[in-house]
Design a protein around this ligand. Structure first.
Ligand code: FES
Ligand code: FE2
Length: 383
């Protein structure tokens, strides 16, 4: 983040704090409960959002060298992510082109050839079909080059491998990742997440809609109440700011120490020491930037009421030595986020009870309205 912006964001929050003000929108917002509960809505999001937009598939450390591969599920599709001999990261449907068996069963490993367990069709890490038993006699007119693995748009940037989980051929045009991430890329690049290591990586299942989970992270209205036993003492009451950056969002959640900065020279102001910054990379990746480390929260929406989450702690390579410290940090993160997830599950259980036809967002919960607008805009743009 450039220095002018950093000072501007700090100034804005200090001014709000000293005026006892809040970061307010003009109007309150609403979201119909079906948006979180309906199978039709979920199916629409699956087709038009999750299968058309980039997902974080791997940290670069998980595909560090040629031959490294990972098996992941993205938007309901089985995906094989490889790093080829040429060093290029690629993603394919993990489905054999002969009769459709799952090609790779292991979650991760390192190899340059993948042999199907059914009839041994064998593919290179770059996707080509390189051998198949009795091919010439069994498939006399077939062209091997037409039987490569089904590739999907893949992009390596910001320390991660990103995948749009749809076959290249179904999208009409190449996905323009660069343009898509442009509004947020410079700031996230500065975090240098490629030079971080993942010291913890949990996968958990939450019985709540993916949007409820995102919404729980982009407002500070709940901090003093829901997190009273954990992080509440360190943060202001209901004070945060946000900006939409394309489909993405930057949220700033100030610590109580930020208000004291007003007495010190601006030259020494450093946002990261006095606030958490949350980058939400639409639709399903969030980077929670803390003073000395970054927490990754990645959603894999499985159903209207079911989301798998990856919660990882990334620390700079140079600082990774004290693993006990980082594991303690990660445990605090998990405890705090679990408070949010329990509330998310509680919301989900009551959604179709008849109590609410719609949920209501206060003027200081404008980030939720903006996020829901990104979902709606994406659906409208693609459909
Ligand atoms: S299904 Fe893979 S080789 Fe037959
Ligand atoms: Fe929270």
């Amino acid at each position: 983040m450039n220095r002018t912006l950093e000072i501007e964001l700090i100034d804005e929050l200090i001014a709000l704090k000293s005026a006892r003000g809040l970061f307010l929108e003009e109007d309150i917002g609403h979201a119909p409960v079906e948006r979180y509960a309906s199978d039709d809505q979920f199916d629409t999001e699956l087709e038009l959002v999750f299968r058309r937009r980039p997902h974080l598939a791997a940290h670069v450390s998980e595909l560090a060298k040629p031959g490294d591969f990972l098996r992941v599920d993205l938007a309901g599709r089985p995906v094989l992510v490889t790093r080829g001999k040429d060093g290029v990261a690629r993603a394919f449907l993990n489905v054999c082109r002969h009769r459709g068996a799952q090609l790779v069963g292991e979650n991760a490993g390192c190899q340059n050839r993948f042999t199907c367990p059914y009839h041994a069709w064998t593919y290179a890490s770059s996707g080509e079909l390189i051998s198949a038993p009795h091919f010439a006699s069994g498939f006399p007119d077939a062209d091997k080059t037409q039987f490569g693995l089904t590739a999907m748009p893949t992009y390596e940037a910001l320390g991660f491998v990103w995948v749009v989980p749809s076959p290249d051929s179904s999208l009409g045009a190449p996905f323009d990742f660069k343009n898509y991430f442009a509004p947020i890329a410079a700031e996230v690049s500065e975090l240098d997440l490629a030079d971080h290591v993942q010291v913890a990586n949990d996968r958990i299942s939450v019985a709540a809609n993916w949007k409820i989970i995102v919404e729980g992270g982009i407002e500070a209205y709940h901090f003093k109440i829901a997190h009273r036993d954990t992080i509440a003492p360190f943060f202001e009451d209901n004070l945060s700011s946000f900006r939409s950056l394309g489909a993405h969002m930057r949220s700033i959640i100030p610590r109580v120490s930020l208000a004291r900065l007003g007495d010190s020279p601006r030259d020494g102001w450093r946002l990261r020491d006095h606030a958490n910054t949350l980058y939400s990379l639409f639709p399903t990746a969030q980077f929670l930037v803390q003073q000395d480390h970054v927490v990754l929260i990645v959603a894999n929406p499985l159903a209207a009421d079911h989301t798998e989450l990856r919660i990882a702690t990334l620390v700079p390579k140079s600082e990774a030595g004290d693993s006990e410290l980082w594991m303690r940090n990660h445990a605090i993160t998990r405890t705090t986020l679990d408070e949010d997830f329990a509330l998310g599950e509680s919301i989900q259980r009551g959604l179709t009870s008849g109590a609410n036809a719609k949920l209501t967002f206060g003027r200081f919960e404008g980030a939720l309205t903006a996020f829901n607008q990104s979902v709606a805009d994406t659906i409208a743009a693609v459909s």
